[in-house]
Write a new protein. Structure first.
Length: 248
């Protein structure tokens, strides 16, 4: 998936201009930036629900999308909501068949949420709802997976599971994966590359961990930040705690 010389505007305000960005098959890209800087807007532009005001968007393959807002318009049963992730496979006037429900069940299993299949969406907790929406995206066998703050309601175990899964989907299944987050540690954990949204005229991209220097993160969030890194068995930095100097 690629954006070439993209300009993004929302309500007349420019979020990014002359943005060149590509995400390749087998790669995980994390988008970081302060509140209101445009992470959701950029993801919507990449998904195609918000047109670019300038530039080109090039997509090869099917997109799976996990939006930040977890509101759903009707109080579906969980299995019926997840099977909607198969819309592309089912077709406009088709109805889901056994294969589609099997894919929905497998996606729920993958997120560890099979027990919720017959529950109404309105009865779910925030984290359960987030896991179910991720399952909906997985059910569709996409090539590009885009997730807007997918871990915002998840406990530490489910965060770990989600980011391991994203790495597996990219590494083993060859998906291109994009997620936004407010937690730089998620990018250390799961991303190959980061995009730092500093402002409309300034976006940096680079490999993890190099692009997540204390200097870069402190400039991005306009507050002093220290990165505390541990190396795990592979020698690669897998985890990092981010703390202000007072906390460190
Ligand atoms: N429909 C809208 N009308 C007016 N302003 C909007 C609209 N949608 C988004 N914005 C503004 O565009 C800017 C970018 O919003 P966006 O949701 O992309 O930011 P974000 O980086 O995802 O923020 P957060 O981290 O707080 O979720 C914000 O200032 C927001 O208020």
């Amino acid at each position: 998936m690629r954006i070439q010389q993209g300009e993004l505007r929302v309500a007349g305000r420019c979020i990014a201009r002359a943005l060149d960005l590509d995400v390749n098959s087998g790669e995980v890209l994390a988008i970081l930036g302060p509140n209101g800087r445009g992470k959701t807007t950029l993801i919507r532009a990449m998904v195609g629900t918000l047109p670019l005001s300038r530039g080109r968007r090039i997509v090869r393959g099917a997109i799976g999308y996990v939006p930040q807002s977890t509101g759903v318009s009707f109080d579906y049963r969980v299995r019926d909501l997840v099977v909607m992730g198969r819309a592309r496979n089912i077709g406009l006037f088709g109805s889901p068949g056994a294969e589609d429900y099997a894919a929905a069940d497998a996606a729920l299993d993958r997120m560890g949420q099979h027990a919720l299949a017959d529950r109404r969406v309105s009865t779910l907790s925030g984290g359960e709802r987030q896991l179910v929406l991720i399952a909906r995206a997985l059910a569709g066998d996409c090539d590009v997976l885009m997730l807007d703050e997918p871990a915002s309601a998840l406990d530490l175990r489910n965060q770990r599971h989600l980011f391991d899964l994203l790495g597996m989907l990219a590494g083993d299944n060859g998906l291109a994966v994009v997620f936004s987050t407010h937690v730089p540690g998620h990018a250390f954990d799961a991303a190959d590359r980061v995009l730092l949204l500093h402002g409309p005229n300034h976006c940096d991209t680079g490999p993890v961990p190099q692009a997540l220097s204390e200097e870069a993160l402190s400039a991005l969030y306009d507050t002093p930040i220290r990165v505390l890194a541990d190396s795990f068995g592979s020698g690669r930095v897998l985890r990092a705690a981010v703390a202000t100097p007072e906390q460190a």
